[in-house]
Design a protein around this ligand. Structure first.
Ligand SMILES: [Mn+2]
Length: 322
């Protein structure tokens, strides 16, 4: 089944001369690295093809590679490949693109059919893990540059193989990738984990100011003023949420960050037990069962969401005590 869909995708990539690769708005390393790695792998294996990695650039991710500046409306009948995103409105950089066919490659729970080939693997640690498997199965030549991005995407999304979707497959695929490319993987960690001192200090701020309820729910609301004071941006808290994975007796933890530029609250939610994506969906958010998010301009939504999450923790705690 999985083999069939991979074959199908490889065939389509072979057939198209123009390919656009896109991922979600507000990319994380998995989204950026899967996009760049797939683009570069196709380019290196099929030099005559025109392959573009689209979407808004993020300066701190420049170290992984450059995105393409291309007017997608001028492309004729390209193949579109979307990565790491379950709903089409969240695909960045494809406005006005008249694609001939679409392939979705994603590890988030299914949300909507894009009308083409859908390769969804909820048990994959990352989209980069899926792309690595695709390239290995397709017997692509994998350069060290491509391997490096794939490795970093997997390490980042699995949080150094700590998160629950890390599996035997993850290790197998990573082993194959490293063996095949002789990747000097230890030296890559700095690229992923080096942080400015401002972020280290901000991490301390979060740890100090987390509110913890008696139900095992921890949360913090971060204002624009605090972001300014610490010289960090509104994306910084999202990148720190997994650093708090091992808080004893806390089941769910949540960061609410006000993004003043877009006038929206960005909420990151993580869980060690209770299912939280259903709560997130109630507020038009979504994501994984144990890792979800919400974006909303309404302060009332935030109050409701925090209350619901606390309530979810309470029920979970009670069910465990029985
Ligand atoms: Mn991902």
């Amino acid at each position: 089944m999985k083999g069939d869909i991979i074959k199908k995708i490889l065939k389509k990539i072979k057939r198209y001369e123009t390919i656009v690769i896109a991922r979600h708005f507000g990319p994380d390393p998995d989204a950026i690295c899967s996009e760049l790695a797939l683009r570069d792998a196709i380019r290196e294996n099929f030099p005559s093809k025109k392959v573009y990695a689209v979407g808004t650039g993020v300066s701190k991710f420049r170290k992984y590679g450059e995105l393409d500046r291309v007017d997608v409306t001028t492309l004729t009948k390209p193949l579109l490949i979307t990565l790491d995103v379950p709903n089409f409105y969240r695909v960045d950089g494809v406005e006005g693109l008249k694609y001939q066919e679409v392939i979705k490659i994603d590890h988030h729970p299914f949300e909507e059919d894009f009308g083409g080939v859908e390769w969804i693997c909820e048990t994959a640690s990352s989209t980069c893990q899926m792309i690595t498997l695709l390239l290995l199965k397709g017997h692509y030549h994998i350069s060290q540059n491509v391997a490096s991005n794939l490795f970093l995407g997997i390490v980042s999304d699995s949080d150094r193989f700590l998160l629950s979707y890390t599996s035997v497959d993850t290790f197998q695929i990573v082993t194959d990738l490293i063996r095949r490319t002789n990747l000097p993987f230890v030296s890559l960690y700095e690229k992923l984990y080096e942080r400015p001192i401002e972020e280290i200090r901000f991490h301390g701020y979060i740890a100090t100011h987390l509110t913890v309820t008696e139900n095992g729910f921890a949360y913090i609301e971060i204002s624009d003023e605090i972001l300014k004071e610490y010289h960090v941006d509104s994306a910084t808290p999202s990148n720190m949420i997994n650093d708090f994975n091992f808080m004893k007796d806390i089941y769910v933890w949540t960061f609410v960050t006000y993004d003043a530029k877009n006038e929206v609250y960005k909420v990151n939610i993580r869980s060690k037990g209770p299912v939280i994506n259903e709560v997130a969906m109630k507020y038009h958010g979504g994501g994984h069962k144990m890792a979800s998010g919400v974006r909303t301009p309404n302060k009332e939504d935030i109050e409701g969401l925090l209350q619901d999450l606390d309530e979810t923790c309470k029920k979970y705690k009670e069910s465990r005590e029985k």
